[in-house]
Design a protein around this ligand. Sequence first.
Ligand SMILES: *Cc1c(COP(=O)(O)O)cnc(C)c1O
Length: 239
Amino acid sequence: MDLAENLAHIRTRMAAACERAGRNPASVELMAVSKGQMAPAIRAAGALGLRLFGENKVQEARLKIGQCPGNLRWHMIGHLQSNKCRDAIQLFSFIQSVDSLNLAIELDRWAEKLSKTMPILLEVNVAGESSKFGYAPKAVLADFAQIAALKRLEIHGLMTIAPYSTTPEKVRPVFRQLRLLRDQCEQILAAPLPVLSMGMSGDFEVAIEEGATIVRVGTALFGPRTSSVRKESGEAEDP
Ligand SMILES: *Cc1c(COP(=O)(O)O)cnc(C)c1O
């Protein structure tokens, strides 16, 4: 596994997807999903020019952020429990995984206490998979105005995880639906919501064709994840 080679290949594929969709390549940012990767691999990615990293566990992120240079940006992309909101506000520059009104209220409360403003995305479980977190599409529309009114949170757009498929073309409707839902949210807000975080190792090209502005790529960049990072940080394994 050669990180530089993987990165070059991903960038080429991203550029080709932009070309097919008639999009400016500068309109899509590559997030390196570094969950389950050790700090040396993350530092190597930073040295190759990557700046945006995604983590899904607060404790694991805290450990690794402390071992990496200060010029990297860290986004939370995993389900957050309300007892981790304070740490999440302190550690991350962006929370992509807001999936309930209660969570938004708790994040807003901590942001206020810590004198911060937190940019967020609302996570949508477009396909309604029971194994995944995220808002049902109708529920996003129902809660949107209330979350938008929270003073310390800024909604920038929507995020989704598409169902796993070996045929990326099959999940195109999921990405399209997220974009249409974003358009509906813009109507409610009467302001633009420019960010669509969608597409992972297996499906980022289709996501770009459907309007992704952030693609979140882990294994195609770093190779397989190890669980030892999590164990080292004392975090419980997923059930
Ligand atoms: C793990 C993860 C990714 C990256 O998945 P890969 O298939 O390794 O690219 C992207 N987004 C979220 C929310 C994740 O949890």
